[in-house]
Design a binder for this molecule. Structure first.
Ligand SMILES: Nc1ncnc2c1ncn2[C@@H]1O[C@H](COP(=O)(O)OP(=O)(O)OP(=O)(O)O)[C@@H](O)[C@H]1O
Ligand SMILES: O=C(O)[C@H](O)COP(=O)(O)O
Length: 409
């Protein structure tokens, strides 16, 4: 159970400062539309329709990266999803921003410039320090309330995420509320039947950490992707080494001991691929049983069909399934079978299901599945992992401390 207040508790006619997470892929300078816009649009539309005066804060990229761009395009994309006008001001807390905030009428929505373009936002600091920054001290007096909807950034101790709850009555937005509830389910709910976790993707170090901390909660792990190959390597198969990639050897060095411990302690409940797929000489998908692999000559790009059938049957017998990471390079249709096979199996059963990770959840629309067939499709990456493993999320903690009255005058 969360201990934060939600939009039901927000007094009418408020001047609200709302933190969203609109961090998106950027290609050739163009911001790509994605689930985050659609989800946050719900919160924005609700606040605007209720007649609040709304100013939005969000970040994009990090200084030095190609994705570090202005939020001007985000305002248009968000407006389209929310069905309300979203004005953009190219300033975060300077005179222009403050003036525009003061001119807001009931139901108006304004998006302020990328928070990471201010010096105060990024350093990870304690909330008390952020609350005393120019950024927070300048904006807070212009508002009656702060709404944090940015669950997917809640693992960061940045000014716009942890500073304002010390200065303003604070509430969780709709995205924060639903993401928190679904993603902490593994820690907070009791499942009577089997709990399965599908683990794949490229960030093996992250997911192996998850496996370690969910040891007592998860009945079966179904492995694929980079982590899957590293486990096969530990089990004695000549895979999980870099041929033309730099995905494996470094993560092997960092995780070898943990992988061996997990296999020793609960090997029978860690399902590894029995076959793998690669690009054959003719350019077609080719499969090989792991027993027959003599040397790693190919980049393996998916689990094989016997493995898919095995994982589908585990899923059909599960009461809850959590997914983190794709089982193969599903972006290439030849190597979609593992990822799509498990997602379809989940969609066809009535198990409680959560699919996390920006890349993995893209497979749902790419292959024509219906998001409604999953209990929850998370828009979070790092915060999803932390929620699964029960690690604290600083921005959520601040909402809870605010609701408990810790910062009341
Ligand atoms: N065997 C493999 N070799 C190389 N890449 C792989 C392999 N299996 C899966 N992938 C890639 O893993 C990616 C998804 O993994 P990632 O670790 O980024 O997970 P995510 O949880 O979906 O995303 P994020 O944490 O970024 O939101 C996919 O884009 C897929 O192409
Ligand atoms: O996209 C995300 O996962 C969040 O917005 C956090 O972004 P960050 O990893 O750049 O802090």
């Amino acid at each position: 159970m969360s201990g934060f207040r939600t939009l039901e508790d927000l007094p009418a006619d408020s001047r609200v400062l709302v933190r969203l997470d609109l961090n998106s892929p950027v290609e050739d300078g163009r911001v790509q539309d994605n689930r985050r816009f659609d989800r946050h649009a719900t919160t924005v539309a609700e606040l605007a329709e209720a007649g609040h005066r709304v100013a939005l804060l969000a970040h994009q990229g990090r200084p030095g990266r190609d994705t570090f761009v202005s939020l001007e395009q985000h305002a248009d994309i968000l407006a389209e999803h929310a069905g309300v006008d979203v004005d953009f001001v190219p300033d975060t807390f300077g005179e222009e921003a403050v003036q525009t905030i003061r001119e807001l009428d009931a139901g108006d929505v304004l998006l302020l410039e990328n928070t990471r373009m201010t010096d105060d936002e990024l350093p990870e600091k304690e909330p008390e320090e952020h609350a005393n920054s120019d950024f927070v001290e300048t904006l807070a007096p212009e508002f009656d309330a702060y709404v944090n909807d940015a669950f997917s950034a809640a693992h960061r101790k940045h000014a716009s995420l942890v500073g304002f709850p010390l200065r303003l009555p604070s509430y969780a937005g709709r995205v924060m509320q639903t993401e928190y509830e679904a993603n902490t389910a593994i820690a907070s709910r009791e499942f009577e039947g089997d709990v399965t976790m599908v683990v794949g993707g490229t960030k093996a170090t992250d997911v192996i950490g998850v496996m370690e901390s969910l040891d007592a909660t998860v009945d079966t792990f179904c492995l694929g992707g980079v982590a899957g190959e590293l486990f096969l390597r530990a089990a004695g198969y000549p895979v999980g080494r870099d041929v033309d990639t730099d995905l494996f050897d470094e993560q092997w060095d960092a995780n070898e001991d943990t992988i061996r411990d997990v296999l020793d302690e609960r090997g029978e409940r860690v399902d590894l691929a029995s076959d793998l797929a690669f690009e054959g000489d003719d350019g077609e998908r080719t499969e090989i049983a792991v027993e027959d692999i003599e040397e790693k000559e190919h980049a393996f790009l998916d689990v094989g069909s016997e493995t898919v059938a095995d994982y589908e049957s585990v899923i059909r017998d599960s009461e809850a399934v959590f997914v983190k990471g794709a089982l193969g390079v599903f972006e290439d249709e030849r190597f979609k079978d593992g990822t799509v096979g498990v997602l379809r199996a989940i969609a066809e059963t009535d198990c409680f299901s959560v699919v996390g990770g920006g890349d993995t959840s893209r497979a749902i629309e790419m292959y024509g599945m219906d998001e409604a067939d999953f209990s929850h499709v998370s828009i979070a990456g790092g915060a999803y992992i932390r929620a699964l493993t029960g690690e604290p999320l600083p921005a959520v903690e601040l909402l809870e401390r605010n609701a408990a009255g810790e910062f009341d005058d």
